[in-house]
Design a protein around this ligand. Structure first.
Ligand SMILES: Cc1cc2nc3c(=O)[nH]c(=O)nc-3n(C[C@H](O)[C@H](O)[C@H](O)COP(=O)(O)O)c2cc1C
Length: 165
């Protein structure tokens, strides 16, 4: 699968099978993410890959909008030092994980953590140092890709030279 196909066919997957994801694949997802662009090349992100079922169940309990993390065979907690443009950097890294996962026929879903009441407790489940922020937890696993959700049309969002005529 080429990059364009992976980008265009990525979906948020919220129903997973128990089939485990090979360690080498999980490693490659993080390898892709560490190579993502970052402002001034600060590289503020770390990635905690969690496969342990008990920890995932705990995370699913804590995250209001991520119950499927308990079923997904793995999740990746995206953690950042509060340095530079860390939120933008984290978003780039997260998309790299999601697109690389798609190329491996894996589904993913971003579960929000940053600034939520649960952020600190979430970090504690994975031993994240207190001076780091938890931006999101990405569920990773095999599962049916849902039909595409509605997206704004290209003709609506694309503006040549000027936003308004
Ligand atoms: C910043 C951000 C936060 C999100 N938070 C959640 C979340 O907490 N739980 C969830 O199930 N999906 C979450 N999503 C996934 C979106 O709901 C999803 O991307 C959107 O509905 C479009 O669907 P698609 O990813 O299949 O294109 C989040 C996505 C982003 C980019």
């Amino acid at each position: 699968m080429d990059a364009i196909e992976a980008l265009k066919s990525r979906r948020s997957v919220r129903a997973y099978t128990a089939k485990p994801v090979a360690r080498e694949i999980l490693e490659e997802l993080v390898d892709c993410a560490r190579l993502a662009p970052s402002g001034m090349n600060v590289q503020p992100c770390d990635f905690v890959v969690i496969t342990d079922a008990e920890t995932r169940e705990r995370i699913a309990e804590i995250c209001e909008y991520g119950p499927f993390i308990a079923e997904a065979p793995a999740c990746i907690m995206l953690v950042c030092r509060e340095e530079g443009l860390f939120l933008e950097d984290a978003a780039c890294a997260a998309l790299s994980v999601m697109v690389a996962a798609r190329a491996h026929e894996l589904g993913t879903c971003w579960v929000h953590a940053f600034g939520k009441d649960c952020e600190h407790e979430l970090g504690a489940t994975a031993g994240v140092p207190k001076d780091h922020r938890v931006v999101c937890v990405l569920a990773v696993g095999y599962g049916d890709f849902p039909p595409p959700p509605p997206k704004r049309e290209l003709s609506e969002v694309l503006h040549w030279d000027r936003f308004v005529e």
